[in-house]
Design a protein around this ligand. Structure first.
Ligand code: UDP
Length: 476
């Protein structure tokens, strides 16, 4: 029999695409069962995103691994959408005929279709072709539990979450304050909310859900999902916690300028501020951050991005003269570095000079921080980051809480940032506890992916299941 292939269908955002590709590569490296990877590539909706994706793919193609990339025909993106999650879900759906044709045209047995969590509309294609379907969930088990529980919450909570009394009950999590729910759930009239409930429902039709977490990080919530507590007693699909899945960049000859600067700083003395692929600040907020950092007296490496161009979504490289207060760079030049474009976050977190991380709390960033044992202060900005912040502080205890004003576009005052940086870096009890916990999680993460570890074994079970799926013939 020809080597069976696992078909991956990622969405284009770096945090989704690279995580899914890395998970796929880990499957390829499994001993015993030979599988190949086929990646169906949707043409992203903007030129900038298309060139980012093309760059990632050409690097992967050069790696010599058994991965075949198939470019799907371009489709016209929706133009009448209200929100981003709605846009992505509808854009993905338009690819259904192309996904069907691409899978039907494969010459080898298809072990499974693995889709990003925004792609559940394509479960109909997998059913039509009788191909087992899995979701690759790039966020944590807490968010997955919320997704799975959403159809229940939708029936039970008939007002907006912000208007409800008390806390939101998500089995496996401490009671969740409504203000910690993900942004797309905060307005039930918005189609984003409806799409989240839709995806949560459809997860139940899959053969399994692969989650980028480790059992040790989220034991309770993983148990709650497995026991059917999130889904009204109905058994959820098998969960495969295979993380942390982190895709490391190949080593470079020359260290990046940020890394070189860190080399001149004392151990664990620098607080890193970095806000993902989508985080940016306008001048009033950047001024507050600058004042907070300066007054904290701590060393800092601040990755600062500016607002998108009109009509765009992506942050731009920061114009420091426009964004920062007069004289700030001069006054702090011995203590800090402001970096105005994308920085190599993983290499920075790996450096011994970094002692804390003010992060937007994207799940990839969180896992990278835990991998290197760096305690955090989450400053959620978009997507599911408010829930992640809650999980990091109330659930895992690896972070110091920060007051973020959700009603003012997640504004943080200078005095609050100063307090948080002092707590995180200054050696008080709260900061120490977070540091200790982060070190515990570092050890747990590394053990999980080693041979015999929980994530290693989950990946093994998954590869066995996928291999069994290859026996099923694709209907053409
Ligand atoms: N990242 C980076 N440099 C930056 C900003 C982000 O290397 O200046 C990387 C970061 O290490 C992580 C990813 O981009 O791997 C961001 O993913 P995450 O899930 O944290 O956030 P998102 O961008 O999806 O909001």
């Amino acid at each position: 029999m020809a080597t069976p292939t696992v078909v991956l269908l990622p969405v284009w955002g770096t945090g989704h695409l690279m995580s899914m590709l890395e998970a796929g590569k880990r499957l390829l490296r499994r001993r015993g069962r030979a599988l190949s990877l086929t990646v169906l590539v949707m043409r992203p909706p903007t030129e900038q995103l298309a060139s980012e994706v093309a760059g990632h793919i050409s690097r992967e193609e050069a790696s010599g691994l058994d991965i075949c990339f198939i470019q799907l025909p371009a489709v016209a993106p929706p133009v009448d959408h209200v929100g981003i999650e709605e846009f992505v879900s509808r854009f993905v759906l338009l690819h259904a005929p192309h996904v069907r044709a691409a899978i039907s045209g494969l010459a080898c047995p298809v072990a499974a279709l693995v889709i990003d969590f925004f792609c559940t509309t394509l479960l109909d294609v997998s059913r039509e072709l009788a191909v087992p379907a899995y979701v690759y969930f790039t966020s944590n088990a807490a968010m997955l539990a919320l997704f799975l529980h959403l159809p229940v919450l939708h029936e039970e909570v008939t007002v907006e979450f912000e208007e409800m009394e008390g806390m939101v009950d998500v089995p496996g999590l401490p009671p969740v304050p409504p203000s910690s729910l993900p942004l797309p759930l905060m307005d039930k009239k918005n189609p984003n909310y409806t799409w989240f409930v839709y995806h949560g429902r459809r997860f139940m039709e899959t053969d399994g859900i692969i989650v980028n977490t480790a059992a040790e990080l989220e034991q309770r919530v993983i148990a709650a999902i497995a026991d059917g507590r999130c889904t009204h007693g109905v058994r959820a699909p098998t969960i495969y916690p295979i993380g942390p899945v982190i895709s490391f960049n190949p080593p470079t000859n020359q260290p990046h300028e940020c890394v070189r600067w860190l080399g001149t700083q004392p151990p664990a003395s620098v607080v890193l501020l970095c806000f993902g692929s989508g985080g940016f600040f306008t001048a009033p907020q950047a001024h507050e951050i600058a004042r907070g950092l300066e007054h904290s007296g701590h060393r800092f490496l601040w990755v600062l991005r500016g607002p998108p161009v009109p009509g765009g979504r992506k942050p731009t490289d920061a114009n420091l003269e426009e964004l920062l207060p007069d004289g700030f760079l001069e006054r702090t030049k011995d203590k800090g570095l402001v970096w105005p474009t994308i920085a190599p976050q993983k290499e920075i977190l790996a450096h011994s000079a970094v002692g804390g991380f003010v992060t937007h709390g994207g799940w990839n960033s969180v896992l990278e921080s835990l991998w290197f044992g760096v305690p955090m202060a989450p400053w959620p900005l978009y997507a599911e980051q408010h829930l992640n912040a809650f999980v990091l502080v109330a659930g895992m205890g690896v972070a110091v809480a920060m007051k973020v004003d959700r009603k003012r576009k997640n504004f943080v005052e200078a005095a609050e940032l100063e307090r948080v940086v002092k707590t995180l870096m200054g050696g008080g009890e709260e900061g120490w506890k977070a540091r200790e916990k982060a070190m515990e999680m570092k050890a747990a993460c590394r053990m999980a992916v080693e041979e015999g570890g929980s994530s290693y074994c989950a990946l093994q079970r998954l590869s066995e299941e996928l291999y069994k799926g290859a026996a099923v013939e694709v209907k053409k």
